[in-house]
Ligand binder design. Structure first.
Ligand code: URP
Ligand code: ZN
Ligand code: ZN
Length: 467
């Protein structure tokens, strides 16, 4: 199967030019001007952007959490991703208590079997080194293409690990070439604040944010950075929300340490005003770390502009408002934490990042595709447009205006964090390894087309040239 994409404006992290792309056997084989070639499928991309398929390194599909299971399984979550121009994601396998890493991985693979719409990889979330997986077993995961370990420093009594587990995992990562990812919030302190709030009769959703203050995120971020430094492991801080966490990451990066940070789409837009909405509406905005005061929106835009933060992910962790979020109707601490977002990342960052003049088109591609691919061992197969790369491509119409709504999105979530937002610029055609996934507003490929992608060990593509 060959595909010729004619006359699009090709945008990568580094370049911006008009060209034809020729795709054979799922990869890009030629890039040039006015290519005189026959193809099974010819796509006219004149007036459109041609972007690399976006890579989302932070998703939770079909995950048991907060007394329920995330509403999007691999098929619905990846369908939402495809419509939004994301062609590869890395999902979190969560090691159960007493479970080996092999058993945890098998469980996640079984959930994906036959359902994959886009390509995917796995991170391993380490929760139990006492009775479950061993350090020796953890060390074997990179050989299976699972090259990142995730640790939760919050969610006491559920996913949270102590500093010993964190540090021992970091030591393994330093040896095996895996990247350590942390959810950085001080879970012990949060547990005390939650207990105090409930004892005072504070049950509404807004107390979720008030019991998880920015200082708890800043402290844990600092701690993780120092421990990673001590262990000699590279560190990636997920879903950074505030100045208190951006500052230590920026400082570490200035010093040339192997520290990277990610934020998520929702943290640029949602705020304490949302979580305080009446009639339990605020529960839609209960995720962790929580929404912050609006002053942090500019902090985050500035951080992604200056590379203090290097990735924008979604942390897609969708629950129904009706029936799942309502588990916490009388107690904010029982509201399942998480929100939907896989479909709208590119639209929202294009509209409010690029069109609003905050970041360039190249930087958008870098944040949504190239940097996640580089950090997570997928580059240059994913995350760019180059000869030899997978033909994961988005033909993006920069002039088409759409209004985001739960009524038209593809997640099973019954609400959208950006409901009613109008954006100009949206994916028109999405290809996975040269196969058309989405066309004319329809999913045209069948589930099963997506593959597991073994990822390379943490490389040095993103390490700055140092004097
Ligand atoms: O609230 C969130 N973010 N839910 C997903 C789990 C996590 O902490 O990433
Ligand atoms: Zn988290
Ligand atoms: Zn997450």
């Amino acid at each position: 199967m060959s595909v010729l994409i004619r006359g699009g404006r090709v945008i990568t992290a580094a370049d911006d030019y008009v060209a034809d792309l020729f795709v054979e056997n799922e990869t890009i084989t030629l890039i040039g001007e006015s290519l005189d070639l026959q193809a099974d499928r010819v796509i006219d991309a004149a007036g459109k952007y041609v972007l690399p398929g976006c890579v989302d390194p932070h998703t939770h599909l079909d995950m048991p959490f907060g007394g329920t299971v995330t509403i999007d399984d691999v098929e619905s979550g990846q369908t939402a991703a495809a419509f939004g121009g994301t062609t590869c994601h890395v999902d979190f396998v969560i090691q159960g208590q007493g479970q080996t890493f092999a058993a945890a991985l098998d469980g996640w693979r079984a959930k994906a079997a036959g359902k994959q719409v886009i390509d995917m990889g796995y991170h391993m979330a380490v929760t139990d080194l006492d009775e479950g997986g061993t350090l020796e077993e953890l060390a074997t995961l990179p050989d299976q293409g699972v090259t990142s370990y995730k640790l939760f420093m919050a969610y006491k009594g559920a996913l949270m690990v102590d500093d010993e587990t964190l540090f021992r995992t970091m030591e393994v990562a330093a040896k095996t070439g895996a990247l350590v990812m942390v959810h950085a919030e001080n879970g012990d302190v949060i547990a005390v604040l939650v207990e105090q709030a409930l004892a005072a009769g504070h049950t509404e959703p807004k107390y979720h944010a008030l019991t998880r203050p920015p200082e708890a995120e800043g402290e844990a971020t600092n701690r993780a950075i120092q421990l990673a430094r001590l262990a000699g492991a590279p560190l990636y801080v997920v879903h950074v929300t505030c100045k208190e966490a951006v500052e230590p990451i920026a400082l570490a990066r200035e010093k040339g340490w192997d520290v990277w940070g990610e934020t998520c789409t929702q943290y640029f837009f949602n705020s304490l005003d949302d979580i305080a909405k009446p009639n339990f509406e605020g529960a839609k905005y209960v995720y962790s770390p929580p929404v912050r005061d609006k002053s942090n929106h500019d902090v985050l835009w500035n951080a992604v502009r200056t590379d203090a933060l290097s990735v924008i992910s979604t942390d897609h962790c969708a629950f129904l408002f009706d029936g799942q979020k309502t588990l916490g109707k009388d107690d904010f601490s029982k509201i399942p934490n998480g929100g939907p977002g896989l479909e709208n990342r590119l639209q929202m960052i294009h509209e409010f990042g690029v069109r609003a003049g905050r970041i360039s088109l190249n930087r958008m591609v870098e944040l949504l595709a190239t940097n996640p691919a580089k950090l997570f061992g997928l580059y240059p197969r994913k995350g760019t447009i180059a000869v030899g790369s997978d033909a994961d491509l988005v033909v993006f119409d920069p002039a088409r205006t759409v209004t985001i709504s739960a009524a038209s999105h593809h997640s099973k979530a019954d609400y959208n964090l950006y409901e009613g937002t109008t954006v100009t610029g949206t994916p028109e055609l999405v290809l996975l390894r040269g196969n058309v996934l989405v066309e004319n507003g329809t999913l045209v490929a069948s589930p099963g087309i997506g593959r597991f992608v073994p990822r390379a060990r943490f490389g040095d593509e993103l390490k700055p040239a140092r004097p």
